[in-house]
Design a protein around this ligand. Structure first.
Ligand code: 3JN
Length: 331
């Protein structure tokens, strides 16, 4: 059984990784929990073991086989040390995602890429993962020419501070008090903010560029045209995405629905007669991507629309990371 380290073990993604390891009976000999100095010394109970959190250092990875990085920017500092110690790193941050020597993996799409890693494997951005799981069955069935996606991203995508900001603004609003903001550039309660992360080239945001570039890499398809608008919404957990797809081959919408219903990691919830479609309120703490509102795009020859929702901390981060680790076990 492998020795496993989690860097950022006390954060939201690190904690979720611990839950998922237990749920999936991931085989672990030693489990080393690493975090910043601030969290060192904390005791975390996991599967009957009491584990003391240690501060991450360059020497933290001796004897470790798999190191999961869930600690944001710490990966550029410590991932090279982990690799030097002989560990395979699975990194949640964007640091290595577009590096041609680093596989970028969504196990439902490109598990075979785990074979050629050189010590680091990257976990994609949460919005990218959720979209990729939904696109894969369509790509296989019809071929994808172009994707137009708009996201509706929960405040927890911005961490605990995002959750607290929405909650405190709603409480202040209910009491008639002034609303304070710090994490988001404008009030997020009862509002939408069409800017996630910083503005970059062409007036697209970094989050939008991540969805475009990472998706092409995961699908090994530079010709797949993708354009994105990413929006922060006053929802606590689970990202939603409205996805319009222009396909290469003709769309038989019943066949699309049947194909999505059979696809790994996907649950179709789609019945206009019973008012059934996925919503973020009901998809949290689940590993699957939920798809509804599947319908033909009547404005073009070969196109379709769908509404996709997924828990961005589970499948968008922790679950996908653990699934990548499982690919390494299979090897
Ligand atoms: O805002 C969201 O909903 C998703 C945020 C993702 C994020 C936030 C800060 C840094 C990332 C990411 O995973 O792409 C990063 C990063 O690693 O660059």
């Amino acid at each position: 059984m492998p020795n496993v380290a989690i860097v950022g073990a006390t954060g939201a993604v690190g904690q979720e990784i611990l839950n998922i390891f237990a749920e999936r009976n991931f085989p672990i000999d030693e489990l080393r929990l690493l975090a910043t100095k601030r969290s060192a010394g904390r005791i975390i109970e996991w599967q009957g073991r009491e584990i003391e959190v240690q501060e991450t250092t360059h020497d933290s990875f001796k004897g470790i086989d798999i190191a999961l990085f869930a600690g944001g920017s710490s990966s550029t500092e410590y991932a090279p040390s982990a690799v030097k110690s002989g560990a395979v790193v699975i990194d949640n941050s964007s640091a290595y995602r577009l590096d041609p020597d680093v596989p970028l993996i969504v196990p439902e799409v490109n598990p075979e890429d785990a074979k050629w890693h050189k010590g680091i494997i990257s976990n994609p951005n949460c919005s990218t993962i959720i979209m990729a799981v939904a696109l894969k069955p369509i790509q296989d069935l019809l071929g994808i020419k172009r994707v137009v996606v708009s996201t509706y991203q929960a405040v927890s995508g911005a961490g605990v501070a995002g959750i607290e900001e929405l909650e405190s603004q709603v409480r202040a609003w209910a009491k008639g008090e002034e609303l304070e903001k710090e994490t988001f550039p404008y009030q997020i309660a009862f509002n939408l903010i069409p800017r996630i992360d910083v503005f970059e080239e062409g007036d697209y945001t970094k989050e939008e560029w991540k969805m475009v570039r990472e998706t092409k890499k995961i699908f090994h398809d530079e010709k797949m045209a993708i354009t994105a608008t990413t929006v922060r919404v006053p929802v606590f957990r689970s990202h939603s995405e409205s996805i319009n797809i222009e396909t290469i081959r003709n769309v038989d919408i019943e066949e699309v629905k049947a194909t999505l219903a059979k696809a790994p990691g996907v649950i179709v919830e789609d019945n206009p007669a019973t008012d059934t479609y996925p919503m973020p309120l009901f998809t949290s703490d689940k590993d699957e991507i939920f798809i509804g509102r599947i319908r033909k795009d009547l404005s073009i020859e070969n196109g379709l629309n769908m509404w996709v929702v997924g828990d961005q901390i589970r499948k968008g981060a922790a679950t996908n990371t653990v699934q990548i680790a499982e690919l390494l076990l299979d090897k």
